[in-house]
Ligand binder design. Structure first.
Ligand code: FAD
Length: 525
């Protein structure tokens, strides 16, 4: 068998195996059944051990965690990944495997300490332009490593687009579907995981399975929001709608939190997918004295209005910014103004503090990109990102405002990045999926999207811990989005009544606990 392989590949594989064995603490090499199997695989040439490959797979957007894999697979096909997972599964001492999308996690979730990282985006080079196929029935078949920006561009060519988005589009489809994929559209269209018809998934046993609500449904629901625990998503069939052309984008400012949240909740109560009298997007942010009015998520306010806004911020310490959008095209342009007037009637924003923009649909959806490029050019995109994202029940949002925004955040006085706060509707989520949300019909997402200096991230982390402690002490049942938990007890609490199902699904689809070790749910505990 051996003469079939070029020598460097052979040496690489031996090196990988010996390093994998050495990382598996007390296992004896004689127990390992992998070598022969791996040596007969064709993927050796795509496994990289060089320092550059290891380095790129050992960090993420968070820039806080560093964990070295033993090797990095740059797959050229789905079969390469199947072969790798099968090799791990069939080994007497299975090694860990993490799919890495864009590595835009913030706490090492796409890392595999001592294991193998699969650079999913390498597949893009081998698709021959077939990574995104728009079907005839209002759907697109999208390979797991594709970016949402590419999904947007490809579907727009057919006059179609997905309805549910993330704020930032340079994330992979597999990565966001493993979490949920949320943005201002979620209140009406559900998270991205609610807009998927079918998946292809490579399970932890190395089986490539097609699943949907009707076929292998247990795997389908497990994988959506499943934090990469049950399989590697290689294709998703994503629902499409006719794409609008333009967007009326509006921001309104509030000094009073209860008026702000009451108006947000009122506006998301109109949420039928086909309901004409409904917004398409709703979010909210905090504007504080510490930050500039514009941030990387968008610049919006006309410079001539900055002084009057800053003056409000100085007076109230926090100004709450409600942000909404309504799509339109040639057919709906004539009724847009009237619809918005009706929707906004009775809202309690500060008089004179409504700001509008009229932009193309693509400009709206891709609004974060210019901020990213600007920060990147200044070397500020690759700083640590000690983010904290939470879901919390509507009934406690006012307590959260008092205890966190107006107390912890103002007192610590370090928050400069965007702080998001907006509600969504529980009935747009599917409880059979792995994603975890609060029990109430309406719940809020709050995101502290901090950027910090290399020596300062711990101060933000301390603030995050204080916020979580406050919620615990006040009995506010928060769930982390893009969760990071340190031990099994915390994970069990996180999943609550879903824990047993989650653990049973893990035992079924990844019984040897191979996949996505960086989430630290079943490993390192
Ligand atoms: P990675 O970070 O590479 O992976 C995330 C997890 O998924 C890991 O556990 C990994 O092993 C697993 N995984 C990756 N690919 C696959 C696959 N194909 N199959 C199975 N598992 C896989 N999220 C939102 O919901 N809304 C937002 O608006 C939003 N905006 C963001 C803006 C920025 C600037 C950043 C950095 C992140 C944002 N996120 C947002 C969070 C983002 O959705 C998550 O970080 C997501 O995990 C990133 O996708 P990724 O492709 O980089 O995945």
């Amino acid at each position: 068998m051996a003469e079939k392989f070029p020598i460097p590949t052979y040496i690489i594989i031996i090196l990988i195996i010996s390093r994998l064995i050495s990382t598996i603490g007390n296992s004896k090499p004689s127990n390992i059944l992998v070598p022969h199997k791996l040596l007969t695989l064709d993927i050796g040439a795509r496994l990289h051990l060089d320092p550059a490959a290891i380095k790129s797979a050992s960090s993420d957007y968070g820039n806080i965690f560093k964990e070295n894999p033993v090797a990095v697979l740059y797959p050229t096909s789905t079969e390469d990944i199947v072969a790798l997972v099968k090799a791990a599964y069939n080994s007497s001492v299975p090694f860990k495997i993490a799919a890495k999308g864009r590595g835009h996690s913030v706490r090492g979730q796409a890392m595999a300490d001592g294991g193998v990282v699969v650079e999913m985006m390498a597949l893009k080079n081998y698709r021959n332009g077939n990574g995104i196929t728009v079907g005839s029935g209002f759907y697109a078949d999208v390979a797991g490593e594709q970016l949402w920006i590419d999904v947007l561009n490809a579907t727009l060519e057919h006059g179609l687009a997905p309805a549910s988005w993330t704020d930032y589009l340079y994330l992979t489809v597999g990565g966001t579907l493993s979490n949920a994929g949320i943005s201002g559209q979620t209140f009406r269209y559900g998270p991205q995981i609610s807009n998927v018809y079918e998946l292809d998934v490579i399970t932890g046993k190395g089986e490539l399975m097609t699943c949907s609500a009707l076929k292998n449904s247990e795997l389908f629901y497990a994988a959506l929001g499943g934090l990469g625990q049950f399989g590697i998503i290689t294709r998703a069939r994503i629902a499409l709608e006719p794409a609008p052309k333009r967007v009326k984008w509006v921001r309104m400012l509030y000094s009073d939190f209860s008026s702000f949240s009451r108006d947000q909740e009122y506006l998301i109560s109109m949420n039928g997918r086909r309901q004409k009298q409904a917004l398409d997007y709703l979010e909210g942010t905090l504007i504080m004295d510490q930050g500039s009015l514009d941030n990387w998520r968008s610049s919006f306010f006309p410079p001539s209005d900055h002084p009057k806004i800053i003056s409000q911020v100085k007076t109230h310490a926090i100004i709450y910014c409600l942000e909404v959008a309504k799509y339109y095209d040639d057919h709906t342009q004539s009724t847009l103004h009237k619809e918005l007037q009706t929707l906004f009637k009775g809202l309690s924003y500060l008089p004179g503090f409504m700001f509008e923009k009229d932009v193309s649909y693509v400009e709206f959806l891709n609004r974060v990109r210019s901020g990213e490029l600007k920060l990147e050019s200044q070397g500020l995109w690759e700083v640590p990102h000690p983010w904290l994202n939470l879901f919390l029940p509507k009934s406690r949002i006012s307590d959260f405002n008092k205890g966190v925004f107006r107390d912890i955040v103002l007192k610590r006085n370090i928050t400069t990045g965007p702080v998001l706060v907006y509600p969504m509707n529980r009935n747009k989520w599917d409880d059979r999926m792995s994603a975890v949300i609060p029990d109430e019909d309406v719940f809020y997402t709050v995101g502290f999207l901090h950027s910090s200096g290399f020596d300062e991230w711990e101060a933000f982390d301390d603030q995050n811990k204080e916020i979580l402690k406050f919620c615990e002490n006040a009995g506010i049942k928060v769930k982390q989005y893009l969760p990071y938990h340190r031990n099994k007890e915390e994970w069990i609490k996180h999943f609550g009544s879903k824990w047993n199902t989650f653990a049973q699904r893990k035992a079924h689809f990844d019984p040897k606990m191979i996949l996505s070790p960086g989430q630290r749910i079943f490993n390192n505990i």
